[in-house]
Design a binder for this molecule. Sequence first.
Ligand code: CP
Length: 303
Amino acid sequence: NRNLFGIKDLSVEDIMAIFEKAKEFKALSRSKIKKNSLLRGKTVVNLFFENSTRTRSSFEIAGKRLGADVINMSVSTSSIKKGESLIDTAKTLDAMKADLYVIRHSQAGAPKMFSKYVSGQVINAGDGVHEHPTQALLDGFTIYETGKKFKDLNVAIIGDILHSRVARSDIYLLKKLGANVTLVGPATLIPDEFKSFGVEIENNLDNILGKMDVINLLRIQLERQGDSLFPSLDEYHNFFGLNDERLKKMKEDAIIMHPGPMNRGVEISFDVADCKQQVILDQVENGVAIRMALLALIIEGSE
Ligand code: CP
């Protein structure tokens, strides 16, 4: 099978093949007739147990641009609300003969478990604090498109690393491609286990800003913090927020990334979120191209 559960499972060759395919589909998405019929007759089911704007809508657009039938199963109005389990949901959808399932779930490992009960392929659209592989691929593709070389590229990932599946997937991808990764944030949000990922850890953003080629900002995941938040959001903004003053300390050709959703005024100031060094909406556009590439490669490859 050709499931995608995490970046850990991909080789450098796999990643580069996905980037090349995404280039082709980005061009298609920018053309007058944005679609083809590559996946005509195929069925893709979007199954999101957690909220999403970008991932869910870009998978839907990606599937439709390739001619597939895309079903968005609304978890809040499904029989899951009547107590049906994830396993019985999988068996039920399998009986309907879908070709691919896109799954976001609050529990790490849920997409893998789901895959054991369906004959179609599964793509992980974010599982707990485990991985968000399609985000890392679109982040990597966005860097690749700038023409920057990954080897020895200095990338800072700043923010709530502890609760971030994006951080984990980005680290795996960037390290595989040869980049240097520095994690930046308060000690409360960067656990020691990350030292084993081959990254640098820095608690003072101002010490490293001037050396970085890529600044990747993450939001504080308030929904995963438990009872207390230390530092507070105001303190976080003062110590780690990217503002005008810090922007001036950055290399002129450094790029600012953010997977979204953004909390303006916390990890990034209102003005910097729209400055000319940010590539945040390029990441969103690339998200469609990367997801088209994955749907095409996974569905075609599984036949
Ligand atoms: N980056 C990301 O996963 O955004 P959504 O939660 O809106 O899908």
